[in-house]
Design a protein around this ligand. Structure first.
Ligand code: 3HC
Ligand code: NAI
Length: 694
């Protein structure tokens, strides 16, 4: 065994050389890995090896380029194309032995082996699209040559990881091994010995043209595919560039295709979208880390979960736990409400295309309904999701305090209430925490974990870790009205409601935000949620626009009339002159003169107060990092990830520009236009919101 570089070593087993990568945590292609692979292959050949196995130690095969090296800074070393050429042109069979995930540049390396052997549990993918990129090391030209064009298009534009069943079927893998890493090693060596004995050909993927030729000149195939992804990829550059590369693979020679790949890769790599998406990749991983809480912090062992309330949120929360095999007890105030809640859960499972009827029964069997809170006695965590009413929540937490076992976590899904006040009624505020899920709770990725003043480290660490276990992206926030996400949303809402009185229409505001990249604007969102949430006819005094809208029977999508009118069949939204008249009359009554409002003003007035509030949230220590604010907005509210999140976006616009504009708009009045001192300071110092950390 000989070290080639700090992360690559060369071993021999009889006639076979093994080039082994050991670069934790994910064997990314850092400069010393590339250099080690290059030198390792060449040394193996020079040393007379009759076959070469490329494999990795640790949890995975190479999971891609080292993203932290993008943007420069790494020492000069062999480039990936040189490594690939050394493998592809080696005079002896090269076999990639794959476990864990062969992703991005990792899969591109494997595609340069003559053969691929994988553990049954391995996964394969080209996820560059999720970083606003395309595979830049020949992957766009090699993958379609192995798998055919339709499969490559699907994999590259979705970034989806495929399992070994699919990989075998599409030709990505030649042989499977079962067991652990040493079983893979044995299988790869066995394959290599057979390759030598049988004089197997040195198959180079780049030379295989039969599968791409099937798509040559087939413009319809590409047009159809583009149409099929148009909605999902709206606003993103990378998916289209990936398609163009596959088109090049079908229509051009391998070398010409590589040139197209290089040009488009560089364009993406130096553009703002990929910069935002790469920033976001690390933002999401940073959010999971809490300063002061390390790996050794003891966790509560969550074996059983309780959920109180089987309404909109409770049902979805219960599904999250059932989905990962954690039994749930769900308690409602009476049998009727319980039956209704459980029926909705069942319906949601039945509607899900990825779940078989058998799985529906398995998941439902994980959820036990009850009308007696005493059934929470053996739960390790109880999440309360009853009505948003402080007195009710306090009563419930007093009861939970009596019922829950010592050490159990008592969480509230409140969307805005004071978690400290809720905790104060219990004898164990250290076990109380907010776990703010987003609707629909079984779908939305974000979880705001709300740390109370007295929440213990164990409680915080457990809530964060259970969030990850149920597939959420958890961000730790502090107690304030609306926490991070809703607090910033309120600011946008205030200005959106104001600006339509000044002459912008709801449709204009929604269009501007939709074009920015949000899935929908605030008025379409209100229509979806229902304009009458929290509104009662008997209390309505016609004092607000909402009162007037509800009084004239406009309740939102549910009755086909809200800020828009909805087609009863297609549910298509059309702006309604009646709404514009209601708004106009209301504005006139308030003495507000209507005028033409530019799209730019709409954008600034909706988004700059959010940036300002985000900065206040940071200076109050409600969020740990600027990037956490971005994680909340991308995952909870559909902020387009190719703009990084509100903090990253603000940095890209320029903080000085935003500060000047906020000062200009402050004459409009309102707390949301009072400039955050932190924002002002960072602008003056040339600092950034996205890398601000408390
Ligand atoms: N480069 C640098 N660091 C990476 C990395 C990469 N490609 N992939 C993961 N990491 C780091 C993470 O930042 C994290 O670091 P931390 O512990 O300090 O926070 C650590 O590895 C573990 O990552 P995860 O927390 O994500 O671990 P999981 O086990 O949940 O997931 C994974 C593992 C599936 C490999 C996931 O990390 C992943 O999807 N990584 C990105 C894969 C990717 O996008 N590859 C393509 C890169 S671009 C490329 O290859 C360009 C080429 O075409 C030229
Ligand atoms: P909901 O009205 O749909 O459900 C509440 C459920 O709690 C009802 O089924 C009700 O019967 C039950 N309930 C009330 N009192 C009870 C008691 N004493 N014992 C047992 N069950 C009781 O409300 P929703 O929307 O699910 O909201 C629940 C909580 O989640 C609220 O605090 C809300 O602010 C929060 N939230 C709501 C979001 C949403 O979009 N709906 C998003 C995030 C948080």
């Amino acid at each position: 065994m000989a070290a080639v570089t700090e992360s690559v070593r060369l071993e021999t087993e009889g006639d076979i050389a093994l080039v082994v990568v050991d670069n934790p945590p994910v064997n990314a292609l850092s400069w010393h890995v590339r250099q080690g692979l290059f030198d390792g292959i060449n040394q193996a050949v020079a040393g007379g090896a009759k076959a070469i196995v490329v494999m990795c130690d640790g949890r995975t095969f190479i999971a891609g380029a080292d993203i932290s090296e993008f943007g420069g800074g790494a020492p000069q070393a062999a480039g990936l194309p040189e490594v690939q050429a050394a493998m592809e042109n080696a005079p002896v069979p090269v076999i990639a032995a794959i476990h864990g995930t062969a992703l991005g540049g990792g899969l591109e390396v494997a595609l340069c082996a003559h053969y691929r052997v994988a553990l049954g549990s391995a996964k394969f993918g080209l996820p560059e699209v999720n970083l606003g990129l395309l595979p830049g090391a020949g992957g766009t030209q090699r993958l379609p040559r192995l798998t055919g064009v339709p499969k490559a298009l699907e994999m590259m534009t979705s970034g989806r990881h495929i399992g070994t069943d699919e990989a075998l079927e599409c030709g990505l893998v030649d042989e499977l091994a079962h067991g652990d890493l040493s079983a893979l090693r044995t299988a790869a060596i066995g394959f290599a010995n057979r390759a030598i004995a049988e004089n197997m050909p040195l198959l180079r993927v780049r030379d295989r043209n039969d599968k791409v030729e099937a798509a040559k000149g087939d413009t319809e195939l590409f047009a159809k595919f583009r149409k099929s992804i148009a909605r999902k990829t709206r606003g993103f550059l990378a998916p289209e560039y990936n398609v163009q590369c596959v088109e090049a693979a079908a229509n051009l020679s391998f070398e010409e295709g590589l040139k197209v790949e290089r040009k488009l890769f560089l364009e993406l790599m130096t553009g703002p979208q990929s910069q935002a998406q790469r920033y976001y990749f690390f933002a999401e991983r940073a959010a999971n880390k809490v300063p002061g809480i390390d790996k050794d912090t003891p966790l509560v062992d969550i074996q059983k979960c309780g959920v109180l309330g089987a309404g909109t949120m409770g049902g979805g929360i219960a599904m999250n736990f059932a989905n990962v095999g954690i039994p749930v007890t769900i308690v409602e105030r009476d049998q009727e409400a319980l039956d209704r809640g459980l029926a909705v859960v069942r319906k949601n499972y039945e509607r899900s295309r990825s779940i078989t009827p058998e799985m529906v029964e398995q998941r439902m069997a994980m959820i036990t309904g009850s009308t007696d809170k005493a059934d929470f006695a053996d739960c390790d965590i109880v999440i309360e999701a009853v009505f948003e009413d402080m007195e009710l929540k306090k009563t419930i937490f007093r009861e939970l305090d009596q019922i829950c076992k010592p050490g159990a976590i008592m969480a509230s899904n409140t969307s805005a209430l004071d978690v400290n006040e809720i905790a104060s009624v219990t004898s164990r505020p250290e076990s109380v925490i907010g776990m703010h899920f987003f609707s629909p709770a079984n779908v939305m990725k974000l979880l705001e974990v709300v740390r109370g003043d007295k929440s213990s480290d164990t409680t915080v660490a457990t809530a964060m870790s259970i969030g990850k276990r149920i597939g959420k992206i958890a961000a730790l926030v502090g107690v304030c009205h609306g926490f991070v996400g809703n607090r910033m949303l309120f600011m946008r809402r205030i200005e959106a409601d104001r600006i339509i009185l000044e002459g912008a229409t709801p449709a204009q505001v929604d269009r501007v935000l939709f074009d920015f990249g949000f899935p929908m604007g605030p008025f379409a969102m209100s229509d979806l949620a229902g304009l009458d949430i929290g509104w009662k006819a008997e209390n309505s005094k016609g004092e607000t626009l909402r009162d007037l809208m509800c009084e004239s029977g406009r309740r939102g999508q549910k009755n086909g009339r809200g800020y828009y009118t909805y087609d009863s069949e297609t549910r298509a939204a059309t702006p309604d002159p009646e709404v514009e008249q209601i708004i106009k009359d209301f504005a006139t009554g308030k003495g507000i003169e209507q005028r033409e409002v530019s799209d730019q003003e709409v954008l600034e007035r909706c988004l700059y107060p959010m940036v300002n509030e985000g900065a206040k949230i940071l200076e109050e220590g409600i969020a740990i990092r600027g990037s956490d604010v971005d994680v909340v907005w991308v995952n909870g509210y559909g902020w387009p990830v190719y703009r990084g999140g509100p903090m990253h976006w603000a940095d890209s616009v320029g903080l000085t520009e935003i500060v000047e504009k906020i000062k200009g708009y402050s004459a409009l009045g309102g707390r949301h236009w009072e400039l955050s001192p932190l924002l002002e300071r960072l602008a003056a110092e040339g600092g950034k919101l996205s890398n601000y950390s408390n």
